[in-house]
Design a protein around this ligand. Structure first.
Ligand code: NAI
Ligand code: MG
Length: 359
């Protein structure tokens, strides 16, 4: 029997509980098929936690997450809490949980499913075979640097500063190399080393640690060139690692290769194998409670958890293959359907994927 893995499950608000319920069916099916064992513990977070406990991130939720091997998160937020003061807003909980769990990298796969190639604005032949992962540094750089305003003889001046130290760069670069080793063994390190000092340090670190990962093919790409190459030759990328702001922009650009937000999974990682897994989309209050949300982003987040935290590549492959099979057979939720009248619901999509999973 395999070791029991503890998963903290945070359904959250809006469509969160609906899509998480489908992901939990996939967990259960994985146990049956592969003999892995999961213990799930549900915790309150976001708007629902504000309503029931008076804070978006209750202490016991944090304890449950800290004692787990991984966290599965739906989504939080909604109009009900939008006008609350900052400390009573769901987004404050998101920042708080990432910080409290030491999550310094955000991983976003962009996979183009063959049968959804038409959903993108790019030509299908350009997208063919695209399967990449953006690894974005999440806690440093210009978003967290000192910022201020001062008066000058030319009027007010605003200053943002960008700082990175060696250890901040090294931990994420090593993580990206390790992820590349589990994929197609190609890493693109993206910087602006022709102009920025932080980028020159970034590149020095990459060059220094690269010999420890001789099986990974490394390229350095300037960020402006990377923005172009993502549209020109997306399928040539495997793993892209970059600093916070470049990663923010490039991961959104990469997301648009794939078509719908209902398909995009993500992980936030810290040291070691612990990770928080969630769909890229939000709580979609406009479609909540109607059983029409696409659960695939959350289901693919489970596959990501299996691959990155548990090392269950066989089960991750099975989930991804099942999703591809169901899409190939023509089943679509409303967000990815061409003919909306034939769209299926959240639970029907989850059931089809579970039924298609094979060992
Ligand atoms: P959103 O991602 O929730 O929705 C954007 C659009 O995409 C909506 O039309 C929605 O119906 C659609 N959509 C999203 N997920 C879908 C799915 N799985 N299937 C089908 N259609 C889907 O972003 P929005 O509207 O900007 O934010 C709504 C709430 O979610 C806000 O309170 C926001 O703060 C929160 N949010 C939470 C995030 C998180 O929990 N990590 C991330 C982004 C937003
Ligand atoms: Mg963004």
């Amino acid at each position: 029997m395999s070791e029991v893995k503890k998963i903290a499950v945070i359904a959250g608000d809006g469509i969160g509980p609906e899509v998480v319920a489908e992901a939990e069916k996939v967990l259960k099916r994985t146990e049956e098929l592969f003999g892995y064992r999961f213990e799930t513990e549900h915790a309150l977070f976001g708007g629902i936690a504000i309503d029931e406990k008076g804070t978006p991130l209750p202490q016991d939720t944090l304890e449950i997450c800290k004692s787990a091997d991984a966290v599965l998160l739906g989504a939080v937020g909604g109009p009900k809490w939008d006008t609350n003061p900052k400390e009573l807003r769901p987004e404050t909980g998101l920042l708080g949980i990432r910080k409290a769990l030491g999550l310094f990298s955000n991983l976003r796969p962009a996979v183009v499913f063959d049968c959804l190639k038409d959903a993108s604005t790019l030509k299908p032949e350009v997208l063919e075979g695209t399967d990449l992962m953006v690894v974005r540094e999440l806690t440093g750089g210009i978003y967290f640097g000192e910022k201020f305003r001062r008066d000058t003889e030319h009027g007010q001046e605003a200053v943002d500063t960008c700082a990175y130290n060696v250890s901040e760069v090294e931990r994420i670069v090593r993580q990206a190399f390790e992820i590349a080793q589990k994929r197609r063994k190609k890493l693109a390190s993206v910087d602006k080393a022709n102009v920025l000092e932080t980028s020159r340090l970034w590149r020095e670190v990459v060059i220094r640690v690269a010999p420890e990962y001789p099986d990974v093919e490394l390229e350095h790409v300037l960020v402006d060139n990377c923005a172009m190459q993502l549209l020109r030759r997306p399928s040539s990328f495997d793993v892209i690692v970059t600093e916070n702001m470049f990663g923010d922009i490039l991961s959104d650009e990469a997301a648009m290769l794939t078509g719908s937000i209902g398909m995009l999974s993500s992980a936030s990682m810290g040291e070691g194998s612990f990770g928080l897994y969630e769909p890229v989309h939000g709580s979609a209050p406009d479609i909540a409670g109607q059983n029409i949300a696409n659960p695939i982003a959350t289901i693919l987040s489970v596959a990501l958890m299996f691959r990155l935290t548990f090392g269950y590549a066989d089960a991750a492959d099975a989930i991804e293959a099942a999703v591809a099979e169901v899409l190939d057979a023509g089943h679509r939720t409303g967000d990815i359907a061409v003919d909306k009248s034939k769209a299926i619901g959240t639970t029907a999509m989850g059931d089809l994927i579970v039924a298609a999973m094979k060992k």
